[in-house]
Design a binder for this molecule. Sequence first.
Ligand SMILES: Nc1ncnc2c1ncn2[C@@H]1O[C@H](COP(=O)(O)OP(=O)(O)OP(=O)(O)O)[C@@H](O)[C@H]1O
Ligand SMILES: [Mg+2]
Length: 350
Amino acid sequence: MARPKPHHPLFRGLFRHTVAVDLGTANTLIYTDDGGIVLNQPSVVCFQKHQQAGQKRVAAVGSEAKQLLGRAPNNLETVRPMRHGVIANFSAAEHMIRQFVDMARPRPFFGRRAAFTICVPAGATQVERRAIKEAAVAAGAWKVSLIGESLASAVGAGLPVSSATGSMVVDIGGGTTEVGVIALGGMAYNGSIRVGGDQFDSAIVNYVRNVYGVLLGEQTAEHVKKTIGSAMRDVPLERMNATGRSVDDGLPRTVEINNHDIADAIDGPLRHVIGAVKTALESAPAELVTDIANTGIVLTGGGALLANLGRRLTAELGLAVRIADEPLTCAVRGAGAAAEAGLLDDLVYE
Ligand SMILES: Nc1ncnc2c1ncn2[C@@H]1O[C@H](COP(=O)(O)OP(=O)(O)OP(=O)(O)O)[C@@H](O)[C@H]1O
Ligand SMILES: [Mg+2]
């Protein structure tokens, strides 16, 4: 029997289903209008090696694959397909999206044939945008719209995006920091730098190697950052142990690290983030900057959870800072809400 085409009225209703996807450097989230957040997994995929050419078999995806990062046996290859919010490995991204869509599918008609709204960083090039669309289509999406991550995050953080009063949102993700100034439902300023949590982790790896002569894995560095990381040094001392490989003899060695070390370690990438916010304040229209001086700025993305970040930004910029509720899910919830409301159509890049 011939399959009904998507433009059949009944099916158009089914396809009008909102599916929002935040394909992030660190985490991928999928939101549907009826199920809320139906998937929240690390953006990692693990392939079985030694397959025939062109026949990649996925061995694990998401949190299962993340556990294998840096510790996969020889017959497995673990890949993070996204870098700085854009696709770095097309085929891996396509496989990963396909698996995630399958995992998220609550009902038979969802997924392969749904229209997707996907968050992209403002700094993504046309080529990078096209790659994201094509990967989603290859993974089965019927139609793909892209939405700027700042705007999606602002909506998800509950900012009054349609009001004449300017708001500023700073989304600190795994591989990008996006700064957006929004008023009257439009972006008055949108900036994106390729610095995020990954760069904080590498800064910690470099610091511990230089100061203690121990090479930590990226995952260990991330764990240290989440446990005792601080954006400021003037805090009570906290310590923890971390194990890596000694650069002298190559043997495992455990070192005690404290939160003051981490504050020093991540100061470089943190200054880039603060610089991006300063540039936004210098470049956005003066009236809106006045509004922001009154209302303050809102932080979203996983990086917003770095301890004392709000206080550091306030100290450097003289502005009030609020951390959004559930900062890790703001972008996908906002993209879903924007798509559902048919809101801000001109801001959704076709
Ligand atoms: N408590 C915490 N303290 C510091 N950093 C954290 C904390 N929790 C999560 N992070 C960091 O947040 C980052 C992930 O955030 P998020 O999921 O918003 O990124 P993403 O959307 O995948 O990336 P991008 O938007 O850059 O593509 C990771 O680098 C992670 O280490
Ligand atoms: Mg993000």
